[in-house]
Ligand binder design. Structure first.
Ligand code: GLY
Ligand code: MN
Ligand code: MN
Length: 353
């Protein structure tokens, strides 16, 4: 079954007559269209792609399974003109703004609008071979960038310079850009799980956490490595080794049939048993694909079961305020029997003198 057929099956299960797509990753997943602005309108019969003059030729080339409509600047007004008598219409309730919801309701005045944010997310969670190929490449680019940056990190550099070097390496290796704002956090800043690169200078005696990723042909990678500058103290070695052990245990636990909650618990228990549990305040991981954060997650609340073809991160951390922190993150592919670790960058404790 192709993606539109799978989509129609899901729509049938949800008892909706039409579904409106505006989230770019969802639109790209179903149609192949990579341009800036499009609205998809899908029914059991129709697959329409509404865009404007700027993108018509591109949409025709990229989305042969869709009827391309020049809808100008107001896609929803054009939907009114399409004038179908649909009753139940699903939309991405987590993405459509309050204003757009009003316009949509005005355009489809006869319809009942139903917020179904995860309809396409569910389809996207299991990756097909063509997607896995691109994800593997995005991961490889991030691995290469880490190998490159290790050769250049020096005490006295700013976090921003290190981030810039990562970005340069990835683009040089074929990335269209970074998959999010890179986290480069050193010293006490490494205790900030999302400390984006700053003008702080990296110094001897500090952890340096780098969390970054590439976009390759639309698909994201996500990796974190924490290295040390200078000579670590015993507690710094200990915290690193605990996070690494938890990360390895988390990876061991990834297998089809397990829930995200169960996998999270394995790594979390290991950290809790060492007494650092209160310093691991986020989930163990998330899925990755066309978006950097997708479902299912690996966290305390995730009841969804892992399936072969899902790609998740495993990224435990310990963050001690005013002291520092460590996170290690790999991407893994759920397989029939367990998982395959996609990230190849080394993760033994790297000390830069
Ligand atoms: N970069 C954020 C994360 O690892 O999820
Ligand atoms: Mn990350
Ligand atoms: Mn991540």
């Amino acid at each position: 079954m192709n993606r539109i057929e799978r989509m129609r099956q899901r729509m049938h299960e949800e008892r909706i007559d039409a579904y409106i797509v505006i989230r770019p990753e969802n639109g790209r997943y179903l149609s192949g269209f990579t341009g800036g602005e499009a609205t998809l309108y899908i029914t059991s019969e129709k697959a329409l792609l509404l865009t404007d003059f700027r993108y018509i030729a591109q949409a025709k080339a990229q989305s042969p399974d869709f009827e391309i409509i020049d809808a100008g600047q107001d896609h929803f007004a054009s939907l009114a003109e399409i004038g179908e008598h649909v009753q139940q219409v699903g939309f991405e309730g987590d993405y459509v703004t309050y204003v757009d919801h009003g316009k949509l309701q005005a355009a489809l005045s006869q319809a009942e609008l139903l917020s179904l944010p995860n309809l396409i997310g569910y389809l996207r969670s299991v990756k097909d071979d063509s997607e896995l190929k691109l994800i593997r490449e995005a991961v490889k680019i991030a691995d290469l960038a880490f190998a490159d940056v290790l050769k250049t990190i020096k005490i006295g550099q700013t976090e921003e310079e290190i981030g810039l070097n990562l970005d340069f390496s990835m683009r040089h290796a074929g990335a269209s850009g970074g998959s999010f704002d890179f986290i480069v956090a050193s010293g006490v800043r490494s205790a900030l799980p999302h400390g984006t690169a700053s003008s702080k200078i990296v110094q001897s005696g500090e952890f340096l956490t780098m969390d970054f990723g590439a976009i390759y042909q639309g698909y994201c990678s996500d990796i974190t490595r924490t290295v040390f500058l200078g000579e670590p103290e015993d507690k710094q070695r200990e915290v690193y080794e605990i996070v690494l052990a938890a990360q390895r245990a988390g990876i061991e636990a990834v297998a089809p049939g397990r829930t995200g909650k169960e996998v999270d618990a394995v790594a979390r228990k290991l950290i809790e048993e060492t007494g650092y549990g209160e310093y691991f305040g986020h989930g163990l991981g998330h899925s990755v694909g066309l978006a950097i954060h997708e479902g299912p997650n690996l966290n305390k609340r995730e009841d969804r079961v892992l399936e072969p073809g899902m790609v998740v991160t495993v990224e435990p951390g310990i963050y001690i305020p005013d002291w520092g922190g460590v996170r290690i993150e790999d991407m893994v592919l759920v397989t029939e029997n367990g998982c395959e670790v996609l990230t190849q960058a080394p993760k033994d404790f790297i000390i830069i003198k």
